[in-house]
Design a protein around this ligand. Structure first.
Ligand code: TXA
Ligand code: MG
Length: 359
């Protein structure tokens, strides 16, 4: 093909793509704006919504065309299933084919809140929503804006985290605008997410046992108040090995990674401080640590909180901030692997591509 013709072919393709590009509206949480956002959901559009965990990319879970737009906007692999968000307990029976007593006990104890329960899906949930699986992850969010949108729209809302696939999850409306401007109809600003990491995802194993597939704000200790046996899936702390059974498709994919390289550093504070001396003169190297000892380090340092809950709330926005300031390599002081800390550790070890240094 002559060069001239090749170029006009490119321009034509570009223009064809541009026709899909929308001007993403930023709504407040005023009643008038919530009505507009709910109408968009009803009409099969994708809207970025706040939840207590992270922002979600919401669409009508029963509408395959709407759900396909979620996958396109995120660049998400089609076999990675979405979580369906409901507004009241009665909707559980519309989304799930059957609801065992253990699921009801868990729902009564932890909903509304950051727990996702995997159950057999009903016929109302299309294959595109469940990533081709015959199960569906269900949760009832506690954020008042999420609840209002589900109630006003009257639809069960499929919503993955509202980041571009592979990037850290968004915890502010601005994060969603950065990732999704021009790709979705609107974003509703409901403030900063209070939890900061995604929901705990569990599968039921018999009458009285649950398996945690993804750790979150609801901890193993809390779950064991309701279920006699609680196990952690091995994929929580380890990379998937060839041939290993994958219980949650999301575990297979690269996750939560900023553009900067991330390395997790495990060990006592003094050892961390001594070890990082070797990077004193290196440009673009940053440390992300628990609290205020930043000024004692030889590299610029940011903090992400001293407690589990603070670390959960801040980790994703700090990883995004590292990119905003042009960091090349971030050494992160590893959180503890208990309680809510396990959720933070699970996200960080993936952001780091499983690169952990012991000091
Ligand atoms: O807190 C949250 O859960 C947020 C907010 C928006 O609600 N949502 C969220 O969705 O984190 P997403 O799509 O980013 O992560 C859902 C995870 C994925 O790892 C997915 O593979 C897993 O849950 N999952 C969903 N449905 C599943 C199913 N039926 N079986 C196994 N794993 C499932
Ligand atoms: Mg996600």
């Amino acid at each position: 093909m002559p060069l001239q013709q090749q170029m006009s072919w490119r321009v034509w393709q570009d223009n064809r793509k541009r026709r899909d590009i929308v001007d993403t509206k930023l709504f407040t949480d005023s009643p008038a704006d919530l009505e507009k956002a709910a109408a968009l959901l009803r009409q099969g559009h994708v809207v970025g919504i706040p939840t207590e965990t992270v922002y979600g990319l919401a669409a009508d879970a029963r509408n395959p065309a709407a759900v396909k737009q979620i996958f396109a906007a995120k660049g998400r692999p089609a076999d990675n299933p979405l979580i369906v968000h409901i507004g009241e307990l009665s909707a559980l029976h519309e989304v799930a084919a059957n609801v065992p007593p253990l699921a009801l006990r868990l729902a009564e104890r932890f909903w509304p809140g950051p727990l996702t329960i995997i159950l057999p899906k009903s016929a109302s949930i299309p294959d595109v929503t469940s990533g081709g699986l015959d199960t569906v992850g269900i949760r009832m969010p506690s954020h008042p804006v999420a609840q209002a949108l589900i109630r006003l729209s009257g639809v069960p809302v499929a919503a993955p985290s509202a980041n571009r696939s592979g990037y850290p999850s968004p915890t502010t409306a601005q994060h969603v605008m950065t990732d999704m401007q021009g790709r979705i109809a609107a974003v509703v600003d409901g403030g900063v997410c209070t939890v900061g990491v995604e929901s705990t995802v569990i599968a039921l194993e018999g009458d009285n046992a649950v398996r945690i597939l993804r750790p979150g704000y609801v901890t193993a200790e809390q779950l064991s108040e309701i279920a006699a046996h609680v196990t952690l899936d091995p994929a929580i702390l380890h990379d998937i090995q060839a041939g290993q059974e994958v219980r949650s498709p999301g575990m297979k994919y690269q996750h939560y990674s900023p553009r900067a390289k991330v390395t997790l550093v495990e060990g006592e504070w003094n050892a961390f401080a001594a070890w990082i001396q070797q990077f004193a003169a290196e440009e673009g190297v940053y440390a992300l640590i628990f609290d205020s000892e930043a000024e004692t380090l030889p590299v610029p340092a940011f903090t992400y909180g001293a407690t589990d809950a603070q670390q959960a709330q801040q980790i994703f926005s700090k990883l995004r901030e590292m990119d905003d300031i042009g960091a090349k390599h971030v050494f992160v002081q590893a959180p503890r692997k208990n309680g809510v800390g396990l959720a933070v550790y699970n996200r960080l070890i993936r952001a780091a591509g499983f690169e952990v240094i012991q000091v």
